[in-house]
Design a protein around this ligand. Structure first.
Ligand code: FCB
Length: 458
């Protein structure tokens, strides 16, 4: 069945998705798009890059759809200059990308690989030359395989290796990248990598999962401290946050929703912004859990090292029933887990400001996969994505009006790419990638977005 969110023939589809809402964003608000290294770069074996857990995972039969891998991906490693020209043409003001740890340190330790760093140097300089602000994520899931062989994120030492890697990257690029993000979606590593097992490293081990969460948070804090030692750039975490709502007004649903929210949101937000893990989650894990036993004196002080901003990634809400089951309430996209609910973005942004104070926020991911096709006339028509983005931009605008210090918005994604276990089947880009030729074709949504950026108005 075609997902309702992308189906222009659905009775719910807006016949005029490009209709302007007349919502002007504050001067200085910045518009951009996001990608990550393994999803677009390809060049998996070039210039001294080591293997990552995603190379191993995607090359393991049965792990990804159609056996797809990131070996070539969108070939951005070779096409970066024309990709930057395209970004400039679209008017992007900020670009969020990630740095591949195994390009910088093939086995995750030691002296940095200059050829790997040079790629990011060229990319950053190319962005600055085109007037686009670089925003770099240090880790978007591509852990060096050698570190996985040493225990991966279950091994506390890997957090310290990450701190060292961060220091190498900051030394090379810290002065030219104004905003750094530490770890992309630690929760997804925990839930998909260690609970569901459908992401690398492909484990299903609940006792390991939350120890991994703690070590990811520790790694975040160590990277923040490394930056402070060498640069005045800004830094923060990148969290995928999910507003959680009770399915009914029973006290049982309220209690289940509160705990669900603890695992989805407060575990990450509270530790970084309040210096404590939420007690209800610690109680639920239990004093004998590997996570609780793995927290050492001083860890929370490292984790809560002051940050300059929080990066919010929003895709879907959860509706929680007594006992912790979830229910679907809204039309879904091609991603089975995504319900289309723009108000959830408003709720999450305003909740962060209410609960954690006026820390600057940026949206570093929000987007929709659609069954995009290259038409005979050479265009790609994606009205569902236009409608989705328009409605989410409007929700962000409303949040700013309610006092949320939101600085910028990065659509996921700049271009179609390797969507992890879904391989190349799901297309999330503003720009269509014709993989056999690697030709880039801006979709209707990209052209529409160009107008939004030009006018700073939705
Ligand atoms: C996020 C990931 C990103 C992409 C989008 C669809 O969870 O950070 O790499 O896969 O989902």
């Amino acid at each position: 069945m075609l997902a309702a969110a992308c189906d222009p023939d659905s009775p719910d589809a807006d016949p005029d998705p490009e209709r302007r809402l007349g919502l002007r964003f504050p001067d200085g608000f910045r518009w951009g798009a996001a990608t990550s290294a393994y999803q677009i770069e390809g060049a998996a074996k070039e210039d001294g890059r080591g293997a990552s857990i995603w190379d191993t995972f995607s090359h393991t039969p049965g792990r990804t759809r159609n056996g797809d891998t990131g070996d070539v991906a969108a070939d951005h490693y070779h096409r970066w200059a024309s990709d930057l020209d395209l970004m400039k043409d679209l008017g992007l003001q900020t670009y969020r990308f990630s740095i591949s740890w195994p390009r910088v340190q093939a086995d995750g330790t030691g002296k940095a690989n200059q050829r790997g760093l040079d790629f990011y140097r060229r990319l950053v300089d190319g962005l600055l030359e085109r007037g686009i602000e670089p925003m770099a994520t240090l880790f978007h899931w591509d852990l060096p395989q050698a570190l996985q062989d040493a225990g991966g994120w279950e091994n506390r030492d890997v957090a310290y290796r990450f701190g060292d890697y961060a220091a190498e990257v900051f030394e090379a690029l810290g002065a030219t990248v104004p905003v750094w993000l530490t770890i992309n979606e630690p929760k997804t590593v925990v839930q998909n990598g260690y609970l569901g097992g459908h992401h690398a490293p492909g484990l299903r081990d609940a006792s390991a999962a939350y120890l991994v969460a703690h070590h990811l948070q520790l790694a975040h804090g160590l990277a923040v401290r490394a930056l402070r030692a060498s640069s005045t750039a800004r830094i923060g975490p990148a969290f995928n946050l999910h507003p959680c709502y009770p399915v009914d007004d029973t006290p049982e649903a309220a209690a289940a929703t509160h705990l669900y929210d603890g695992y989805e949101n407060r575990l990450y937000l509270d530790s970084v912004l309040r210096g404590a893990y939420p007690q209800d989650v610690l109680d639920d894990l239990g004093p004998e859990s590997r996570m609780v036993r793995g927290i050492r004196d001083g860890d929370l002080a490292v984790i809560s090292s002051p940050v300059d901003l929080v990066a919010v990634q929003y895709y879907t809400p959860y509706y929680v029933a007594p006992g912790g089951r979830t229910e679907m309430r809204w039309p879904t996209s091609e991603a089975f887990w995504q319900q289309i609910f723009p108000d959830g973005l408003f709720d999450m942004l305003t909740r962060i400001t209410r609960d954690y104070g006026p820390i600057p926020l940026t949206i570093t991911e929000n987007g929709l996969p659609c069954p995009d096709e290259l038409g005979a006339d050479g265009t790609v028509d994606d009205p569902g994505r236009v409608e989705f983005l328009r409605d989410h931009f409007a929700a962000a605008h409303r949040a700013i009006g309610a006092g949320v210090p939101l600085e910028s918005y990065h659509v996921w994604s700049l271009m179609d790419n390797f969507e992890w276990a879904e391989g190349y089947e799901q297309r999330w880009g503003l720009v269509y990638v014709d993989y056999p030729t690697q030709r880039r074709i801006p979709k209707r949504s990209a052209r529409w977005y160009q107008g939004v950026i030009r006018d700073n108005t939705v």
